[in-house]
Design a protein. Structure first.
Length: 389
C-alpha cells in the first residue's frame, strides 16, 4: 500500500515465493489503513520488556548518535517481532534491508540465519542525496558496515551496488549474490498503447529530492515546453526536498525560483499516490522518465517497462543492468538537462520508435524480472544459505 521501492520489492517477492509454496511473513515498521493478510504484522512501538543490558546499550547509542539510537531501537523491536514469529512458526531465515544497520542488532538478538539485502546502501545513496560526509554520515555508514559484516549472507539487486559496497567498506563478500528486484506483469488491458495514450503527457514517478534528479527533469521539461505549447508534465511522488549545499528546497520553491513562470501551469504536482493510480497514468503517458543521479535497481523503471511505457532513464548504477539503450529504452547522461530534453524530443517525434521500445521492454522484463523468475532465484539462494549452515 506504500509507493516505495522496498515495499514493492517485498510484496512482489512474497507473492512469488507463496506461488512456489514457500511460507513467508512480513514485519514492517509502518502499515497502511487497508486490510492486511495474517502474514503481515507491525513492529510494535515503545520500549517493551527490555533487559538492563539492552537499555544500557540503547542509552549509550542514543547519546553517541541519533542514527545509532535508531539502529538500536528499531533493530531491537524488529528482533522481538521476529522472535515472536519464530516461536509460533519456526522461521528458517530472516531477510532485512541494510537501513540504519538494524541487521547488526537483529543478528545479536536472534539466532535465525540473517540475509541483509542491499536496497540502498547509505555509503552510496547518502552522497547522491546531497548529505555532507560529516560525523552522522560516517556513523550511519559504520552501523551499515557492521550489519553487512555480521550477516549470514548478502544479496543485492544490482552488481553495481554490490561492487560499490565492496569498495567502500573494503569487503570481499565472496558469497554475496546478485538477485534482481521482481515486478508484477500487468495484463494486456492494463498496459500502455499508443491508441489510448495522451501524446502530450510526460510522467515522472519518484520523490522530489536530489537523488531522483527531479531538478534535472524540471530543467529539461522547461526546454521542451518552449517548443511544444501543449506538452505537460505529471509529477507523482512526495516532496522530500532537494538538498542544495547547506539548504533544503521544496518543490514549489524550486519551481518558483528555477523554472520559467510560463511553464508552471503545465506542471501538475500530484504528490504521493497509490500504486493503482500510478499504473493507470502509465497507460496514458506518452513517455515515462527516470532522471536519477543514482539508482540501485529501480522498481519504478521495472514497473514502467512491464507496462510497456516508452522510457527514458539516466545512465547510472543498476539502471545499466535493466535497460538496453535503443532497444528497451533510451539513456541520457545524468544531470544533463540538455541531453534529457533531446531524448524527450526524439521520442515525442518518433512514435514508432517509442512504441517499439515499449513493447520490447515489456517482453524483456517478463522474461528476466517477473515474480516467478525472481522467486525461483531467491528460493535457490535461500536454500544455498541454509545448506552452508
Amino acid at each position: 500500500h506504500f509507493p516505495n521501492g522496498i515495499a514493492s520489492y517485498v510484496a512482489s517477492v512474497r507473492r512469488g515465493l507463496i506461488a512456489k509454496g514457500v511460507e513467508s511473513y512480513v514485519v514492517a515498521s509502518e502499515l497502511g489503513d487497508a486490510d492486511h493478510d495474517p502474514g503481515v504484522s507491525r513492529v510494535e512501538p515503545g520500549g517493551g520488556d527490555r533487559s538492563l543490558r539492552v537499555r544500557l546499550i540503547q542509552r549509550a547509542a542514543g547519546t553517541a548518535s541519533r542514527y545509532l539510537g535508531m539502529q538500536q531501537d528499531l533493530g531491537f523491536r524488529a528482533a522481538r517481532a521476529f522472535d515472536a514469529l519464530d516461536r509460533e512458526h519456526t522461521l528458517d531465515l530472516v531477510e532485512v534491508e541494510e537501513t540504519f544497520g538494524i541487521g547488526a542488532v537483529i543478528r545479536r538478538e536472534v539466532r535465525t540465519p540473517l540475509v541483509v539485502r542491499l536496497h540502498g546502501p547509505w555509503c552510496v545513496v547518502g552522497p547522491n542525496l546531497g548529505h555532507a560526509k560529516d560525523k552522522e554520515f560516517w556513523v550511519r555508514c559504520a552501523a551499515e558496515y557492521h550489519a553487512i559484516r555480521r550477516a549470514t549472507a548478502i544479496s543485492s539487486p544490482s552488481l553495481d551496488a554490490l561492487n560499490q559496497v565492496r569498495a567502500q567498506y573494503r569487503m570481499d563478500l565472496p558469497d554475496a549474490q546478485v538477485i534482481p528486484n521482481p515486478v508484477a506483469i500487468p495484463s494486456a488491458e492494463a498496459r500502455f498503447s499508443s491508441a489510448k495514450a495522451d501524446l502530450n503527457t510526460i510522467l515522472f514517478v519518484g520523490r522530489f529530492d536530489r537523488v531522483k534528479g527531479a531538478d534535472t527533469l524540471l530543467q529539461a521539461f522547461a526546454r521542451v515546453a518552449k517548443q511544444r505549447r501543449n506538452i505537460r508534465l505529471l509529477f507523482i511522488g512526495p516532496d522530500s526536498r532537494l538538498i542544495e549545499g547547506n539548504r533544503e528546497v521544496g518543490f514549489e520553491e524550486y519551481l518558483r525560483d528555477q523554472v520559467p513562470s510560463d511553464v508552471h501551469s503545465r506542471i501538475e504536482f500530484r504528490g504521493a499516490r497509490g500504486v493503482e493510480e500510478i499504473a493507470e497514468e502509465r497507460q496514458r503517458a506518452a513517455i515515462t522518465i527516470v532522471s536519477s543521479r543514482y539508482e540501485n535497481f529501480s522498481v519504478a523503471v521495472l514497473e514502467a517497462m512491464a507496462a510497456g511505457s516508452p522510457l527514458i532513464v539516466s545512465r547510472v548504477g543498476g539502471l545499466r543492468e535493466i535497460v538496453k539503450d535503443g532497444e528497451t529504452g533510451l539513456f541520457f547522461e545524468a544531470e544533463d538537462a540538455v541531453d534529457l530534453a533531446a531524448k524527450i524530443e526524439r521520442l515525442l517525434a518518433d512514435r514508432e520508435l517509442a512504441a517499439r521500445l515499449g513493447e520490447a521492454a515489456h517482453l524483456d522484463v517478463a522474461s528476466r524480472f517477473s515474480e516467478s523468475v525472481v522467486a525461483a532465484q531467491t528460493h535457490a539462494f535461500y536454500e544455498g544459505v541454509l545448506s552452508r549452515g
